[in-house]
Each structure stands twice: as C-alpha cells, then as structure tokens.
Design a protein around this ligand. Structure first.
Ligand code: PFF
Ligand code: NA
Length: 453
C-alpha cells in the first residue's frame, strides 16, 4: 500500500537529508537550553547522563524514526498507520504518531518565544544598545525585554511568520539551503568564543563545572531532565526527524546519517558550553540563572572582546538561523499530515497551522509579562509546554517507538529498512529491545518517586 502513492518529494541525496536533519537538531536546544539546564542541574553529572542518553537512547531512536519515516512514507500519523497495517498489528499504535505530531507543535509554541529573544538580541547588538552594561544591567535588560508584551510578542510573531513562509515554500527550496552555510558559520563563531574564553579567566572553572563528575549532584529529577533533553536536542519523538526521513531516498545509509547528525549536535552543545560558561564564571554570575542565562552572559563577553560588536552580531545571526532551521522542522509533520490528508495545498496548510501557532505561542509569550501570575502548580504556560514535552511526551513517545521497532513490527521490516551489517543490526536490536526501554523506564520511574512538579 505504500507503492501506489504519487512519488513523494525527496532530498537531493543523503547530503540534503543530513543538512536538513542537522539543521533541525542543532538549534536553541544546544546553545540556549543545554547551558542553562546544565547550570540548573549542577554541571558535570547532568552532562554525563545527557551524553549517556544520547548514545543509549538517542541514537537508536533516531535510526528507528528515520526508518519509520522512509518505510511509512509520510507524516508520523500516516507512517505509523501504514507500518502497523503492514505488519498486521493494532492500529492503536498510530497514537504514537498523533502524540509526536502534537509534541512537535507544542515545542514550537514556546520555541518561537525563545527564537524571538534571539532576534531581539540580534537587534540590540546591531543597535549597540548593550554597550557598557554591567552584570546587573544585563539582568535588568533581559527583564525589561520580557516585560513589554508588544515588544516580546512582536519578535515571536516575526519568528512565526518567517517559519511559516519558509515551510510554505516547500521542502527542497525552503529548508535545504540555509544549513550548508549556517552550520560551519556557527562552529567558527563558537571556536572564536572558546579561544576568547581561554584568556578571560573563567575557563578553568568552566571546564571543572562541565566535566567534573560529582555523583552527589545527580538528582533523579536531573536525570529525567537530561534524558528529556537528549530527545529534545536530537529532535526526536516530535515528528521532525521521522517526517524528514520520509523524504530520504531508499539507497541512503540510515546508520551513517544518524551518526553524522548526532555527532554534530553533541559537538555544538559541548562547544556552546565551553563558550558560555567562561563568561559566566569570569563575571561572577550564577550558573543557575535560568532561561535568560545566555542572553545575560554572552553580551558581557562580546563587550569585553576585541571586535566584540561584530562577533556579537554574527553570533546572534547564526543563533537566529539555527532557531529557524529547527522551528521549520517542528511544523513539517503537521503540514505534511494536512497536505496528505486534508487536500489543502502546502501553502494553505502552513498558513492555517501558523494561525493556531500564533495564538498559542502568544499565550506562552504572555507568561513573561501580563500573564506572569497565571500559574498552575507554580509553573507558567511557557514552562508547562516545555515540561510536558521534554519530561513526559518525548520519553514516553520514544519508549513506544523502541518497543514498536524492537518487538511489534515484523522483524524483516526494520532489518530491510535499516540495511545495516549483521553485527551492527544485532547491536541496534539489542539497544531498542533492552537498553533504551529499560533506560527510559528506570529514569522515568525513579523521577516519579520524587516528582515535585
Ligand atoms: N533539536 C532542536 C534544538 O536542539 O534546538 C529542537 C527541536 C527541533 C525539538 C525539532 C523537536 C523537534 F521536533
Ligand atoms: Na539540538
């Protein structure tokens, strides 16, 4: 039943997919979220659990998702329906597809707010308005930027519009191109900042903070956060990678592709940590300052370094671009589902998705100003979107996916689709059957025991 479909758009070979998947993976997760979560959960122990989760859960799940997408040829909902039908299993499994699609959309609803911060800081850098600010000024500036809903909402609206315009233009034209220069540019910027950090006086502290493992810092809540972040940073269980996989040509190697994306993503995150924490320690800031961490610390580094304004501008351009190549991947599942099932054009699908996105993301944006006391169990709407997706939906969706890949689908389906050598296939199967599900369950149940939302 997958063969009588009109031919689906395809990437221009494996490289086009690698570019798009790397563009999806590398984003605010690496540069904004990884540093502030590492700061919040105490450093080295969080980093270690995160790295372990990338290897033991992230890589096997990403391979499975690409295979699901390519085999099922469609949005997560359609792909899972086809896959379970092909293997004669219960159609109930397509719930995984609905959850992934919803999850990608929910992430996008708060992601555009953070991307809006990146754009507004690009603007601040361009206008030079941050020059000469002290540590305390930076915190006040971040606060003031949030306090005005017209300002903050203007920036997140800009991101929403840009995202939907790119998506409306289609897979090939819109997405593929930007990553090929954005990624190397980002790496160059981070290298410059790391080199500067080496001479800024905070580098040794940064190294210790990021890489010294201290088991006593390892809370079960922190472990769940680290695992959730492994899913988030690789764009897993949210429809993005699966839908991109549906455009991957048959002959491309899923194993090598996954490794390329996972290594690139991990390197950028670690480099971001090495670029940001020296600035934090050199300025006597607290690593656990929360979501504003990079916006309050990086401008201090730019203001102290030679050609700082220029580098700052380039950095925030890269950050904004990285955010966009990720945000476009989050709606791809929904837009692809709408175009395949509701008979709307791609452009129509992206505009209707965009309107819903704009309404919900505006509510998330209001968490920082007029809605600052709309809380439930102490968390704002913005926090809830993050919490529900990273701590609940992605780990559970990932669990469902590895069980589906490892036990439920007919064995030949994944074996044929992955096209691995027998040894590597055996390793993958062992991971999705035992290591990943047990890892997810242990961390999950452990955190439930002490869960204080
Ligand atoms: N991986 C992206 C990042 O690290 O910024 C975030 C993301 C993209 C999450 C796409 C989920 C997704 F579907
Ligand atoms: Na990432």
């Amino acid at each position: 039943m997958t063969t009588n479909e009109p031919s689906r758009t395809q990437w221009l070979g494996r490289w086009g997919f690698v570019m798009a998947a790397t563009g999806s993976a590398v984003g605010l997760g690496n540069i904004w979220k990884f540093p502030y979560m590492t700061g919040e959960y105490g450093g080295g122990a969080f980093v270690l659990v995160y790295l372990a989760c990338i290897l033991s859960v992230g890589v096997p799940v990403m391979m499975s998702e690409i295979a699901f997408g390519r085999r099922g040829r469609g949005s997560p909902v359609d792909a899972f329906r086809r896959l379970v039908t092909e293997s004669g299993r219960s159609p109930l499994w397509s719930v995984l597809g609905w959850m992934a699609m919803l999850c990608g959309f929910m992430i996008l609803c708060f992601y555009v707010v953070v991307a809006g911060w990146s754009f507004s800081y690009l603007w601040k850098m361009l206008s030079g308005s941050l020059a000469g600010s002290s540590v305390d000024d930076m915190a006040a500036i971040f606060g003031a930027n949030n306090a005005n809903p017209w300002n903050l909402g203007g920036w997140s609206t800009l991101v929403t519009v840009l995202t939907m315009v790119i998506v409306g233009k289609g897979v090939q034209g819109g997405i593929e191109r930007s990553t090929s220069w954005m990624m190397p540019g980002m790496v160059v910027m981070l290298v410059i900042m790391i080199i500067y950090g080496m001479f800024s006086g905070g580098f040794a502290d940064a190294l210790t903070f990021l890489f010294a493992f201290n088991a006593s810092e390892l809370s079960s809540e922190g472990m769940l956060a680290a695992m959730g972040h492994a899913f988030f940073t690789l764009s897993l269980a949210s429809g993005a990678i699966l839908t991109y996989g549906s455009y991957l040509p048959k002959h491309a190697s899923i194993g090598r592709t996954t490794l390329t994306v996972a290594v690139a993503d991990t390197l950028v995150a670690l480099m971001a940590g090495l670029a940001i924490f020296p600035a934090i320690f050199a300025n006597g800031m607290q690593p656990d300052s929360g979501p504003g961490l990079i916006f309050m610390s990086l401008p201090l580094a730019f203001q102290a370094m030679p050609f700082g304004q220029l580098f700052g501008i380039l950095f925030f351009i890269m950050l904004a671009m990285a955010a966009l190549t990720s945000s476009i991947s989050m709606v791809e599942a929904t837009v692809s589902w709408l175009t395949d099932n509701a008979g709307i054009s791609r452009r129509g699908a992206s505009w209707s998705t965009g309107i819903v996105l704009w309404v919900i993301s505006t509510l998330a944006m209001l968490s920082f100003n007029i809605g600052s006391d709309w809380t439930l169990l102490g968390m704002h709407f913005f926090d809830w979107l993050d919490y529900l997706t990273s701590r609940l939906m992605m780990p559970l969706g990932g669990l469902g996916m590895v069980l589906l890949a490892g036990f439920v689908l007919n064995k030949h389906v994944m074996r044929d689709e992955l096209g691995l050598s027998p040894r590597v296939y055996a390793l993958w199967l062992f991971m999705v059957r035992y290591v990943s599900p047990l890892g997810i369950l242990v961390i999950f149940i452990n955190a439930l025991g002490v869960a204080s939302v």
